[in-house]
Design a protein around this ligand. Structure first.
Ligand SMILES: NC(=O)c1ccc[n+]([C@@H]2O[C@H](COP(=O)([O-])OP(=O)(O)OC[C@H]3O[C@@H](n4cnc5c(N)ncnc54)[C@H](OP(=O)(O)O)[C@@H]3O)[C@@H](O)[C@H]2O)c1
Length: 253
């Protein structure tokens, strides 16, 4: 494990990272790999996972794992033990896999909401439960980061169901942080503003114009990756139960 106050990781710091095949998760995988961590990168698309590995400066410390996280939610916490057996005890969990739908509430019923909650919330919870099993983590200093969203905190017309799912993620982090502080395991969330990624390019026709409205200018996946890496690192050893907003000043402007 790296020293207190250090943003660097060692190869023994294994981070289970979902959403590693695209967007924010891919940027976080590459950054954590560059900072010295071993990344177990989960995604559904093997070609995109291979592309992430190719972007890593130390590809020998990136292990792709193909998995649809919503296929068998009941057993997802046990799947963490399978990954631990293959790769060793985990020091970090970053849940960056997720989906968004931009539609008026009138067009999003219970089925659409369930689909959002499955990957954004239930998968986060089940992965965290697996990670928090003492047999699967490295104990003191281990950390979890969930990717939530600014939508959980600000007005978000067209993303009511999504905002509710991300609000749940912020609450998950806070409550788990409380429950596991005695074991010195930290749990935080990161709430990004709108960042151009394959997801937002699919969902927002006016993405470029929206990105320009941020006071600090358009954000990049690397901006979110940096916040997540910080919260996973020993530099954040005294931070838990927090939701770090990374939004180019949008929510304070
Ligand atoms: N981009 C933004 O502006 C923004 C803002 C706030 C919050 N966020 C949050 O950040 C996270 C990442 O978003 P992004 O913009 O990076 O999106 P993205 O580019 O579409 O990436 C989404 C990732 O989630 C994975 N994924 C989705 N469903 C999955 C499932 N059932 N099983 C396993 N993996 C699954 C995808 O895997 P495959 O590639 O294999 O399909 C992909 O790696 C999401 O939680 C999103 O809500 C994004």
């Amino acid at each position: 494990m790296a020293a207190v106050g250090d943003l660097a990781f060692t190869a023994e710091d294994r981070v289970l990272l979902t959403g590693a095949s695209s967007g924010l998760g891919q940027a976080a995988a590459v950054l954590l790999n560059r900072l010295g961590a071993t990344v177990i990168g989960v995604g559904r698309d093997v070609d995109r996972l291979a592309a992430t590995k190719a972007l890593c400066p130390h590809p020998e410390r990136f292990f792709p794992e193909r998995c649809d996280l919503t296929e068998n939610l009941d057993d997802l916490s046990s799947q963490v033990a399978v990954w631990r057996k293959s790769h060793g005890k985990l020091a970090g969990l970053l849940h960056a896999a997720g989906i968004v739908t931009v539609l008026p509430a009138a067009l999003q019923g219970a089925a659409e909401m369930r689909e959002l909650f499955d990957i954004n919330v239930f998968a986060a919870y089940q992965l965290a439960r697996g990670f928090l099993d003492r047999r699967n983590n490295r104990g003191e200093g281990s950390a979890i980061v969930f990717v939530a969203s600014l939508a959980a905190l600000c007005e978000s017309s067209g993303t009511t169901a999504y905002a509710a799912s991300k609000g749940a993620v912020v609450s998950l982090a806070r409550s788990l942080a409380c429950e596991y502080a005695r074991q010195k395991i930290r749990v935080n969330s990161v709430s990004p503003g709108l960042v151009p990624t394959p997801m937002t390019q699919r969902q927002y026709a006016n993405l470029d114009a929206l990105a320009q409205t941020y006071p600090l200018g358009p954000g990049r996946p690397e901006d979110i990756a940096a916040a997540a890496a910080f919260l996973l690192s020993p530099a954040a050893r005294w931070i838990t139960g927090q939701n770090l907003v990374v939004d180019g000043g949008r929510s304070v402007a």
